[in-house]
Design a protein around this ligand. Sequence first.
Ligand code: BEZ
Length: 211
Amino acid sequence: MTIRLGDIAPDFTQDSTEGTIRFHEWAGNSWVVLFSHPKNFTPVCTTELGALAKLKPEFDKRNVKVIGLSVDPLDAHGRWAADIAETQGAALNFPLLADADRTVSDLYGMIHPNANDTLTVRSVFVIDPNKKIRLTLTYPASTGRNFEELLRVIDSLQLTDRFSVATPADWRQGEDVIIVPSLSDEQAKERFPQGWTALKPYLRLTAQPTA
Ligand code: BEZ
């Protein structure tokens, strides 16, 4: 199944390291990062889960729940969690789905048969509180993800949901933003009384709105 931006994230029920997860109910009114990794007891995945565990407070601050997945069974997740804590300086602090029957991997298209017909690729889905898919990413097995980048995108999504702005390349919290082209200069004057810099009529930069 191909999941596209704007689709409703498919619901599922699956076992996890924190008990049975009924996905939509578990997500509640939070944003969610759902991500898959290829296999337990592998080096890149071990570093990824440690990195994410360390960053979890940053996701909490943004009202984002994090949930991982691999197609290994639950008992293997438990044994691997001990290795993650031992080697990465951070213990798992979010649920890891045990998708041995591939319920979730198939629903979300996380197995790419021409890459590997049994293992999940490194998929990421960012889902908003309305259960809409807002970002998809697919990384190869050999490349660990940058979870700071996910926080950056979530900051952009949460900001652009509130204000008529978009964020430029490499934007970070606090930097100038772009006034969306659909807003006329007249409308922009009302929304951005502090003004803007117009590099072109379609490229208007203004300070990041805060309230
Ligand atoms: C890893 O997580 O290290 C890994 C997993 C599958 C293939 C290659 C590397």
